[in-house]
Design a binder for this molecule. Structure first.
Ligand SMILES: Cc1cc2nc3c(=O)[nH]c(=O)nc-3n(C[C@H](O)[C@H](O)[C@H](O)COP(=O)(O)OP(=O)(O)OC[C@H]3O[C@@H](n4cnc5c(N)ncnc54)[C@H](O)[C@@H]3O)c2cc1C
Length: 493
């Protein structure tokens, strides 16, 4: 008897991790990927001798990756070299002052004291709250599938005890008074598409994840992790077909029976796992008649995360003063976030994340050159912005800002350049409303309220990735695959 067949749609971190786990459970697995190479948001652009990781650059909780290697009987460290970052990153304020965010406690205390020594006791209280959030949100609930209401009910007492209805910013503001330090300790959810003024304080767990397990760079770039996962799958004989968009999940008698590709090919499966954007999967790949929970109106009513404008560029000189990771805050914080998340308005000002991997890794740029990307959080396509029309103007504004602040003379040194806009998130990655991180991480769009890892209506259909539980970010999507694998039936031998 053949083992049962599982098809995985998409090869982002969630899809690759799902394929590893299903293969290790005994399924015959095949992956279909729309793009010409794996990785999804972690796709790698190679251009004019430069290597640009398209998306994730900050690797936290590496044990989640190591677990996949261990499952395959391999050692993570044989394939991947992780370089710990110290400091984790620099936050630069609009007035030119900066805070070096560190994993070293003494350095952190010194940095806090430079801004406001009176906030040190409050910082300690914040750390206690973050550790409590990590225990609940990461260790207890993160990898657990929220498939039934009883899962949610079981979690409620702990959620109430830690006042999960409060926003992260409210928690930070209770303990810390300095306006800049409030930014330092509340900006983290932006890394995974959340508004610090709206996400639950459970997201303070990111502070603990970073402190406890560090912030890392994968040598060779995040693409090395993608290649490593693909290597695990190759060794297990799992085929990955690129340039193979799935246009339909076939359902018969309430059960997923396979997929149809854009070229008309049909492939049968016992289990289908979608790593495509959850809202897009439901809206465009599954006939409405099969969806009682995720109906078209419910998908339309959902609140979607912000999007990103990303400019990848290489320079023919090095900027040694610029650290590997730098967050460059603009003149407004809450007001800018309101524009992005609430008003869906593309503002004139911006906050930026500037990535300079060549600070740590000589392999990503030619000799004496620097590879960069800079990203600006922007509203998703609900803003109505015509990106093809506006992208170059917006890029020029960012370039002028970088020239005036941390990259003097930049214009004369650019030797390669590439853009990614919210329109690309929609057209390239099939992301609903061009959101960069799927459904916005709000309390009422989390856990049981988020698309379940086992579909609510269709047997044999499973979901992994940023739009499902627990949510976006590399650790989040790796945990979604773990939660999924825990509810997929075991293979009988
Ligand atoms: C610019 C940027 C920076 C980021 N930085 C960080 C960071 O530093 N640290 C961090 O932890 N997280 C970061 N994130 C978030 C993180 O990258 C994502 O949450 C995570 O990688 C998403 O993984 P995923 O499994 O949901 O799949 P995705 O990466 O979204 O991949 C899904 C894949 O499915 C494919 N697909 C979709 N539909 C179909 C279909 N119908 N048929 C076939 N294939 C299909 C897509 O082409 C894609 O390859 C960042 C994100 C972005 C965009």
């Amino acid at each position: 008897m053949h083992p049962p067949k599982a098809i995985v749609i998409g090869s982002g971190f969630g899809g690759l991790a799902a394929a590893v786990r299903l293969s290790c459970k005994g399924y015959r697995v095949e992956i279909f990927e729309k793009l010409d190479a794996p990785g999804g948001r972690a796709y790698v652009h190679r251009q004019d001798g430069f290597t640009f990781d398209a998306g994730p650059t900050i690797i936290t909780a590496p044990q989640l990756l190591e677990e996949l290697w261990t499952l395959c009987g391999r050692r993570f460290a044989d394939d991947i070299t992780l370089k710990p970052m110290e400091p984790f990153y620099r936050l630069r304020f609009d007035d030119g002052s900066w805070f070096d965010y560190s994993g070293d406690e003494a350095t952190m205390r010194r940095e806090i004291a430079r801004f406001n020594a009176d906030d040190l006791p409050g910082y300690e209280r914040f750390v206690v709250a973050a550790d409590q959030a990590c225990r609940l949100g990461f260790e207890e609930l993160g990898g657990m599938p929220f498939n039934s209401l009883s899962d949610l009910l079981a979690a409620i007492p702990s959620m109430l005890r830690m006042r999960a209805w409060e926003s992260l910013h409210t928690l930070v503001a209770r303990h810390i008074s300095d306006p800049k330090l409030r930014v330092v300790f509340s900006f983290h959810p932006l890394l995974i598409g959340g508004n610090p003024f709206a996400v639950t304080r459970v997201y303070s767990l990111i502070n603990t994840l970073e402190r406890r397990w560090g912030v890392h760079w994968a040598m060779g770039g995040t693409g090395a992790l993608v290649r490593g996962l693909v290597g695990l799958l190759e060794a297990r004989g799992v085929p990955l077909r690129c340039n193979a968009p799935v246009t339909r999940i076939e359902v018969s008698n309430g059960r997923a029976t396979g997929v149809q590709l854009a070229n008309g090919e049909r492939h049968e499966a016992d289990v289908v796992v979608s790593n495509g954007d959850a809202a897009w999967t439901y809206r465009h790949l599954i006939d409405a008649q099969h969806r009682r929970h995720w109906t078209d109106p419910k998908i339309e009513r959902g609140k979607y995360s912000m999007s990103l404008f990303v400019w990848y560029f290489g320079t023919n000189r090095r900027y040694e003063d610029v650290p590997h990771h730098m967050i460059m805050l603009g003149p407004r914080y809450r007001e800018l976030l309101d524009d992005i998340f609430k008003h869906h308005h593309l503002a004139d000002d911006f906050s930026l994340y500037l990535h300079r991997p060549s600070a740590s890794d000589p392999t990503v740029a030619p000799t004496d050159c620097d590879a960069f990307y800079v990203l600006a959080p922007v509203p998703n396509l609900e803003s109505g912005t015509d990106w093809p029309e506006n992208a170059e103007r917006y890029r020029q504004r960012i370039q002028r800002h970088l020239e005036a602040t941390v990259l003097p003379g930049l214009g004369a040194h650019i030797v390669t350049s590439k853009l990614m806009t919210p329109q690309d998130f929609k057209d390239r990655l099939w992301s609903f409303r061009g959101a960069a991180f799927g459904l916005e991480p709000l309390l009422l769009q989390s856990a049981w309220f988020r698309p379940h890892n086992r579909n609510e209506d269709i047997d044999g259909l499973y979901m992994v990735g940023a739009g499902t539980h627990p949510g976006a970010g590399v650790p989040g999507v790796l945990m979604s695959a773990k939660a999924m694998a825990s509810v997929v039936p075991d293979v009988r031998h």
